[in-house]
Design a protein around this ligand. Structure first.
Ligand SMILES: Cc1ncc(COP(=O)(O)O)c(C=O)c1O
Length: 350
């Protein structure tokens, strides 16, 4: 069994966390003179003069019902990007430790490593966009603290072979972080079910994709009580604002509407993939378990610019390893997808 406490940075082990006013008081009171807020109210309505719940209890209680995990296994961050940042802060010694990523993949694992002065080791995905287990094994040493796995992966769109991920979980003694930002669009089940078995597993999810709440900024980390406790101790005390907490709670009552959006997006994704593959300049539409498609197309840069001239912005991923001439296209509305298809068909490439 992996002892996660051995992975922690020494300064974090010794840290005495900040105790906020709302941490120190529990019970019932109706006059709050403890946090230097503005007791007169706000200039706007509804009033936001009080600090928000630092532990986001109500949201965690609702997530417990949905995810089947108790609140002490749930961390909420200002986007999953905050969760990524906090995992570096807690576990990676700047200038000493390293992490492993699998390009082409989500860029923040690397950017955040650079911010924290942590070495990034790259085990490129195979030609089939799967994890390269021998390459990973060759990169791991005693200073490897985190293996980042994005599944379904951005920008390739596929979910990795679950047995490969399990192989890593079974053989690596550092943290394995599985970023499931796109899991709701996938047939693969979440790795949340494996948390009981693996104390070194962290699963990230977000409200930015299937939930349609990218503007609110809320990400989730699911992990052992120990890891979640560490993340709570080092986070900024009031990391999630009151409007975000209230609106996410409202959205959590609308699971039927979210499931309906997911169903529609998956349907449109499959339809768009089929139609794109019939366009002569399209060389490959990669299988996707997400809300976007990676498309290999002749003269991708030129196509990107022509689309832009028509007011359609997609992402040119051509410079990412294994993605030469690839555009990443988010699934739009039915109307937007049709406009994309007619514009692409009209671009004169043989
Ligand atoms: C794989 C992956 N993880 C995380 C994020 C960021 O999520 P959030 O909006 O919760 O910070 C993205 C955003 O595109 C992503 O693609």
């Amino acid at each position: 069994m992996v002892d996660i406490s051995l992975l922690l940075r020494d300064n974090i082990k010794k840290l005495v966390p900040y105790a906020s006013a709302r941490d120190e008081f529990s019970g019932s009171a109706h006059i709050f003179l403890d946090a230097n807020e503005n007791s007169l109210g706000s200039p706007i309505s509804p009033a936001f003069n009080r600090y928000p719940d630092p532990h986001q209890q109500k949201i965690k209680e609702r997530l417990t019902q949905i995810k089947g995990l108790p609140p002490q296994n749930i961390f909420l961050g200002n986007g999953s990007d905050e969760c990524i940042d906090l995992l570096y802060r807690a576990f990676c010694n700047p200038g000493k430790d390293n992490v492993i990523i699998h390009p082409p993949t989500y860029g923040m694992y690397e950017v955040s490593a650079h911010i924290h002065d942590v070495e990034v080791r790259r085990a490129l995905l195979t030609d089939e966009f799967e994890l390269d287990l021998p390459a990973i094994e060759g990169l791991v040493d005693e200073k490897t603290k985190i293996i980042w796995i994005c599944s379904p992966n951005n920008p390739t769109g596929n979910a990795f072979n679950a047995r490969d991920i399990e192989m890593i979980l079974n053989n690596f003694d550092g943290l394995v972080v599985i970023d499931e930002a796109y899991i709701n669009f996938s047939r693969q089940p979440s790795f949340i079910r494996e948390l009981i078995e693996y104390p070194n597993l962290v699963v990230l999810q977000t409200f930015s994709k299937a939930w349609g709440l990218a503007g609110l900024r809320m990400g989730m980390a699911f992990a052992s009580e120990f890891i979640i406790d560490v993340m709570n101790r080092i986070k900024p005390p009031y990391n999630i604002g009151q409007p975000t907490q209230s609106l996410v709670l409202e959205a959590l009552r609308e699971t039927d509407a979210v499931n309906e959006m997911i169903r529609k997006i998956v349907h449109m994704r499959n339809e768009l993939a089929e139609k794109l593959s019939q366009i002569s300049s399209v060389l490959c539409v990669y299988p996707s378990e997400s809300n976007f498609l990676l498309v290999k197309i002749r003269e991708a840069r030129h196509v990107y610019e022509m689309l832009l001239n028509s007011g359609i912005v997609v992402r040119d991923r051509s410079s990412a390893p294994g993605c030469t001439d690839c555009l990443r296209i988010t699934i739009g509305t039915q109307e937007q997808n049709e406009k994309l298809l007619t514009t692409l068909s009209s671009i004169g490439i043989s």
